[in-house]
Design a protein around this ligand. Structure first.
Ligand SMILES: [Zn+2]
Length: 899
């Protein structure tokens, strides 16, 4: 569908190739519990915030006063994030005072602008040069542009332009580039607002700066090239959350140039995050970044989820892909509503899947200063999560209107020709039976198409409408069209039966339950037992069941819904909606112990649904047991009867050299027994560079041997291990003493099925020929990405240490060793202790995380297995081994003795 709309737009000669767009002049009124949350957000936070925290603007006025204010590097964002939140809220609140409050705030804000256009809180000598000052300007300019869009105020647009011109004078006219400002994913995000400002002003300087930042990306997040190559977002060089605002810059570049490479890169990165890094709550990030799976217990920051939602609004605009609207619904009703206290008084920094709700004003209190007691990145940003409803609830495309949101709501919108249309939804959704009645009232008879989202969790949603209208289906939407006049009704019946999601990794054996879009949670408040004795749930009886909702409570802290389910032991477990869970300060859990999981046996991995791939050289991957002779079918969309390719293949992978015609395609995998996956859509995009040969896929490694050995490689005479799987060796000379590594590219790599999480050990015998100068070198390393190396033994400046990189870096104190002399080294992790043994003696230790959740699947000896930089060690290495358990001091001693 997305492609069809693009062609339509191209055919119509429109320069802005979006599939649909928000309606900035629309007025919304939301009812039900979400409507109450919006009103409390306005009354209890957005209205009082500027007067309760006057430093929000005062910090800009006092930027050159003494003593120099000590600010966090991102302090410049507070005013902008607040403004964006407040302008969006104006589209949906009944509170008349907010308009005056924001107008005064904007006047005050632009009155702080310096002569040269500077709009930040840092002293004159630092202007834009460091901190996260460009990032701060990004947010302030974004807020000002939204206010300008609402009011048409010329002085506000001029303030924005003056700031952009200062950015150009600083980072375009001379030799300095935005890259030089440091904090790359943050400061480079200014590309997003510069793109929007270019579309508004056509000032070529802004476009030139966009191009410079695009070039700078190649030395930082490398978003365009990584996205085009289908690299998962968490594997890109800058997987922190701020990068998502850079990705919004890809959408700007696409809107400006029409170059489909930007679109393909954006779509692929969005899909990667959606598939791998969004939690059951709809929250994004683990410890402020993507990690490749949603099961980590690391904090889920409010700002990160907001960035994900902003990205999803862009995805929806770009593609009209209902999956983006599903993602927004999930985030809004769970993660965002859960990040807000029901009183509206505060927002969280972290809204965990299991845990408690803490106000950001105490959990990240270090961001507060005199005059800004409640300010932090999340408190000013949080309301934007609700405010974005105004951007996605109802949208417009070339054919008419698009309704993405279900819930009690009234929206006053306009068709492209200006005809006003009132849309009213009467429903208890997401509580109640799942019936939604939508009344559509145009101010005069009008012909248009109304697209209604079909939630991905209920593909069988039923739609009924009056006989004067006709309907058809497109991917993700029911289209109802014809002449609309008077009051016409559409009824939707959604199936609210229980669904389950299975946990993996540390959450294996646990499940999350959903009713419609609502994630359910155990809360201490509604149960007499604590979280350590939650009864096990039988998924075979629960999934598909219709839950009887318990009578509603009343009051501000009342849950949106509450229901009881029976545990395997017969005890009742009372569950409530995630948004209300923990509101009283009680502990809650969404990952519940469960039995009888239905694990899908056959899962398609790549291309993902909707992924853009090159015309030639497409790698298809699916989860399969290696022995199965699966059949793969690749067909042109809509013509499944004529497969282009259908052939048997094992190992869950198939490389199609191609070429395929550009356009929509589908694929599926069929088991020899006949079991098959559903057809999955992908897009062949000729703009993407072809892949010439299949990427190497290491053969599967064996699991641990009975004695816990994962890899055992004496390295005497050959790199081939006694146990484990060799990937390759380069720059290595075999000798009877051990592997002689040249120190320039010498490295032996082994593959692992998975790295152990809690206890493990690495041992080796080493003779260093020459210590590296001004860099580190690896005896062994399992590095797989930024801050992910579950164990490395590092030589630096004549000393050896054991280290772990797991979101943060941990290292034992270094121990001196001698060049030219053999020593035995062992790094042993036991729970939260990492011990370094040299020559059989425990010499140093460090406190480390009890469990390390790593993506590592390979180990390098003599160098980093995956990093391109120079970490090679000039040494002879022998008796290398990796254990999936801790070794005792006794065992290490024996290994050191044995030659
Ligand atoms: Zn934050």
């Amino acid at each position: 569908m997305a492609i069809t709309s693009l062609f339509l737009l191209a055919a119509a000669g429109l320069s802005d190739p979006l599939a649909c767009d928000s309606l900035p002049t629309a007025r919304f009124a939301f009812g039900g519990p979400l409507g109450e949350r919006i009103e409390r957000d306005v009354g209890a936070w957005l209205l009082p915030a500027p007067t309760a925290n006057p430093g929000m603007l005062e910090m800009l006025r006092t930027r050159d006063r003494k003593p120099e204010p000590q600010l966090v590097p991102w302090a410049g964002e507070f005013a902008g994030k607040y403004l964006t939140s407040a302008v969006l809220a104006l589209r949906m609140t009944r509170e008349p005072d907010l308009e005056r409050c924001v107008a005064r705030f904007v006047d005050d804000l632009i009155s702080t602008q310096a002569e040269d256009g500077y709009l930040g809180p840092f002293p004159a000598r630092d202007r834009l040069l460091g901190n996260w000052d460009l990032w701060g300007h990004y947010h302030v300019m974004l807020g000002l542009l939204l206010w300008h869009e609402r009011t048409g105020s010329r002085p506000v647009l001029d303030a924005c332009i003056r700031a952009a011109d200062l950015i150009c004078r600083t980072y375009l006219d001379g030799s300095r580039r935005v890259f030089d400002a440091g904090s790359h994913e943050m400061n480079m995000a200014v590309i997003h607002v510069l793109g929007a400002l270019y579309r508004k002003t056509s000032n070529e300087r802004y476009l030139r700066l966009l191009r410079e930042i695009e070039r700078d990306w190649e030395r930082a997040g490398d978003y365009l090239r990584a996205g085009m190559a289908g690299v998962d977002f968490y594997k890109t060089p800058r997987p922190r959350w701020e990068s998502l605002h850079d990705l919004q810059g890809l959408v700007e570049l696409y809107r400006i140039t029409g170059d489909s490479r930007y679109r393909a890169a954006f779509v692929n990165l969005w899909r990667s995050i959606a598939a791998l890094d969004v939690h059951n709550t709809g929250g994004f990030s683990s410890g402020e970044q993507a990690v490749g799976h949603p099961y980590s217990p690391e904090p889920i920051e409010t700002c990160c989820t907001i960035a994900w939602m902003a990205l999803s609004v862009d995805m929806l605009r770009l593609t009209l892909d209902a999956a983006a609207a599903d993602a927004l619904e999930l985030s809004t009703l769970n993660a965002m509503a859960g990040a807000q206290h029901p009183s509206g008084r505060w927002w969280t920094y972290n809204t965990p899947m299991d845990g408690v709700r803490e106000a950001s004003a105490h959990s990240i209190a270090f961001q507060a200063r005199a005059g800004t007691p409640e300010l932090n990145c999340c408190s000013v940003n949080g309301p934007r999560g609700l405010g974005m409803l105004a951007e996605w609830a109802v949208m417009a495309d070339r054919e008419g209107l698009v309704i993405n949101f279900f819930g009690p709501m009234k929206a006053d919108v306009a068709l492209q020709d200006g005809t006003g249309v009132v849309i009213e939804e009467a429903t208890e959704y997401p509580a109640g039976s799942g019936e939604v009645v939508i009344a559509v009232r145009p101010e005069r008879p009008a012909k248009f198409a109304l697209k209604l989202r079909k939630p991905g969790w209920d593909p069988a949603a039923r739609f009924t409408h009056s006989a004067e209208l006709t309907s058809r289906d497109i991917a993700g939407y029911r289209v109802i069209e014809g002449e609309w006049k008077g009051r016409r009704e559409v009824r939707i019946a959604l199936d609210m039966k229980l669904r389950a999601a299975a946990g993996e990794r540390r959450l294996r054996g646990r499940a999350s339950l959903f009713r419609g879009p609502i994630l359910l949670a155990y809360d201490q408040r509604w149960n007499a037992f604590d979280e350590d004795s939650i009864p096990q749930l039988d998924l075979r009886t629960l999934v598909g069941a219709r839950m009887q909702l318990l009578p509603g409570e009343s009051g501000v802290l009342a849950p949106w819904m509450k229901a009881g389910v029976r545990g395997v032991d017969g005890r009742e477990l009372v569950l409530c909606d995630f948004a209300s869970a923990g509101a009283a300060g009680t502990r809650y859990r969404t990952w519940l112990p469960a039995v009888n999981f239905e694990r899908p046996q056959l899962v398609l991995l790549r291309p993902r649904s909707g992924e853009a791939v090159p015309a030639a050289g497409i790698l298809f991957r699916w989860e399969a047991d290696a022995a199965a002779e699966d059949r793969i079918e690749i067909v042109s969309a809509g013509r499944p009867e004529r497969p282009l390719v259908a052939r048997g293949t094992g190992a869950g992978r198939f490389f199609l050299a191609g070429p395929l015609e550009p356009g929509d395609m589908e694929w599926r995998v069929i088991r020899p027994g006949g079991e098959s996956t559903a057809m999955q859509r992908f897009i062949v995009d000729a703009a993407l560079p072809p892949r010439l040969e299949p990427p190497p896929d290491p053969p599967p490694a064996p699991g641990p041997r009975a004695d816990g050995v994962l890899i055992e490689a004496p390295l005497r005479g050959s790199a081939e291990p006694r146990y484990g799987r060799l990937v390759d060796s380069a720059g290595v000379e075999a000798s009877a003493d051990g592997a002689v590594l040249d120190g320039e590219r010498g490295r032996i790599r082994f593959t692992l099925r998975a790295f152990p999480a809690r206890d493990y050990a690495v041992v080796a015998r080493v003779r260093v020929r020459a210590f590296p100068q001004g860099r580190i070198a690896q005896v062994a390393s399992a590095w797989t990405g930024p801050m992910d190396d579950p164990l490395r033994i590092v030589v630096e400046g004549g000393k050896v240490s054991a280290r772990i990189e797991a979101r943060a870096a941990y290292a034992t104190p270094p121990v001196p060793v001698e060049a030219g002399k053999w020593f035995h080294v062992a790094a042993v992790k036991t729970g939260n202790k990492l011990t370094l043994f040299v020559d059989g003696e425990a010499r140093a230790s460090a406190d480390v995380p009890e469990e390390v959740d790593s993506e590592a699947r390979s180990v390098g000896v003599g160098g980093n297995p995956n990093f391109g930089g120079n970490e090679f060690l000039a040494a002879t290495i022998a008796d290398f081994a990796v254990y999936a358990r801790a070794l005792s001091g006794e065992e290490v001693h024996r290994l050191a003795e044995r030659r």
